[in-house]
Design a protein around this ligand. Structure first.
Ligand code: TRP
Length: 455
């Protein structure tokens, strides 16, 4: 039977603020500072952001609420949640397996970007990258990614750091650190944004970010924006289901989801305002791709007092934010291996880390010795990114929405979203239900099929 309080052996979050911090800690990560800016730049600016916003509201929020509700109602790993709630032997739990696969694929390129962040902490300390000359900062980045040994070693360091935190199970520790440091990151981004606005290119940047040009919008751009909505909110693969299983019985799920979404959006917008004025002022290409933050921010830091020290702080805080996200990603395969295959936590973590390191090496070496390898037009860095965000997460989203809307059903969803009638939010939860049952799955399917050129 469904339990309403976290059981002693599984543990869980204890305070309302802790829940918000942990959930936000999963959502906020490299996505805000690295992915949103570079995808916005590569896909034409404001039009892309607008579609991303729509996808977040119509798809992201309802799926997030569904995942958390499902997780809390059973309090188990995603596979067990769906097994428990499915009638007969219907294979809805397969979404847990695809979630595991998605976790490995996302981690494989994500850990490499964090590897660059680690390397940039060192570069910032040494003070070798303070320049507003695109040629200099670009060459610096290119040199790092073209070095196979450095790329691999930094990545292994990142994976080892994540694994040790997971094994020690110091969720409390990392939660406490994240809680304290995240506000700092926010403040630093505010400062950087304010500096950005004083640059000559500020007006052009604002226009680029906030004035949509719909001529740039293609089916692929729409698919990318939707994939980003999934990636940003950490949904479609069981992360939020797992976190939901740690929620307290009286946590307001819809409110938490909306707050996480808004805060996450705020951080992304700030990052955009910090980065794009420099792009237009110093002549960087907005479409630079994954290297965008790494080549433009040194230029911003070179323009401000204490820029050197602040750059070190910035990359350290970014690494901390990325850590929270990576822990939430790794928690899914870890808890599945633990509970499904009765593995000890340390074994589960080691196995999951090894399973990341394999495809991870492909991503790490994709700009050097494996640069010649392309699959369906993607290199080994972009491939796991594309497959996870644009195929696996949306597919997981469809399955979760259909399951909630057609199998689990309205009453159980509303019971969970209203804390069994304690919250008076019937109108809101009806909207969420209708979205999940009809709108969300159809919309995801259409965008995916069209974006993947199936029709
Ligand atoms: N949301 C995180 C970011 O933006 C990444 C992330 C963490 C994630 N957990 C996830 C993405 C689960 C998809 C699924 O950086």
């Amino acid at each position: 039977m469904a339990q309403t309080t976290p059981n002693a052996t599984r543990g869980g979050f204890s305070t309302s603020f802790g829940i918000l911090a942990a959930t936000l800690g999963s959502a906020v990560g490299l996505g805000n500072i690295w992915k949103v800016p570079y995808l916005t730049g590569a896909n034409g600016g404001a039009g892309f952001l607008l579609i991303y916003l729509l996808a977040t509201l119509l798809i992201g929020l309802p799926v997030m609420m569904a995942e958390i509700s499902l997780g809390r109602s059973v309090r188990a790993n995603p596979i067990k949640v769906l097994r428990t709630l499915s009638p007969g032997r219907q294979p809805w739990w397969l979404v847990g397996l695809s979630g595991m696969l998605a976790a490995f694929l996302i981690m494989s390129f994500y850990s490499e970007v964090v590897a660059w962040v680690f390397a940039y902490i060192l570069k910032a300390v040494r003070g070798t990258i303070m320049s507003s000359d695109p040629a200099v900062t670009q060459a610096d980045f290119a040199q790092l990614v073209a070095d196979p040994l450095q790329s691999l070693l930094w990545q292994w360091l990142v994976l080892a750091a994540v694994a040790s935190v997971l094994i020690m199970g110091v969720a409390q520790g990392i939660e406490a650190i994240t809680k304290r440091l995240m506000p700092l990151l926010f403040i630093l981004l505010l400062i950087l944004g304010a500096v950005g606005l004083t640059l000559d290119g500020a007006q052009q940047a604002m226009q680029f970010l906030f004035w949509p040009d719909f001529s740039k919008i293609t089916a692929t751009v729409v698919l990318t924006a939707m994939g980003l909505a999934f990636f940003k909110l950490s949904i479609g693969m069981g992360t939020m289901m797992t976190y939901g299983s740690y929620f307290t019985a009286n946590q307001n799920i819809p409110q938490t989801a909306v707050r996480v979404m808004l805060a996450d959006l705020g951080v992304s917008m700030l990052a955009g305002v910090a980065i794009f004025p420099a792009v237009f002022t110093f002549g960087f290409a907005p479409s630079a791709g994954p290297s965008l933050v790494f080549i433009t921010l040194p230029a911003v830091f070179s323009q401000i007092p204490f820029g050197h020290g602040l750059m070190v702080v910035f990359f350290v805080l970014t690494a901390v934010a990325a850590m929270g996200a990576m822990l939430s990603l790794m928690e899914v395969p870890t808890v599945i291996l633990q509970e499904r295959f009765q593995m000890r936590r340390s074994r589960a973590v080691l196995l999951a880390t090894l399973l990341v390191a394999l495809p991870g090496a492909g991503s790490a070496l994709s700009h050097s010795i494996l640069a010649h390898i392309h699959v369906a037009g993607f290199n080994l860095f972009d491939l796991p990114d594309f497959v996870s965000s644009n195929v696996l997460l949306p597919t997981g989203g469809i399955i979760i929405a259909l399951f909630t809307g057609w199998v689990w059903g309205r009453d159980k969803l509303q019971a969970e979203l209203s804390n069994h009638g304690q919250l008076r939010n019937a109108k809101l939860t009806t909207v969420v239900f209708v979205l999940l049952r009809y709108v969300t799955p159809l919309l995801i399917a259409l965008v995916m099929l069209r974006g993947l050129r199936v029709f």
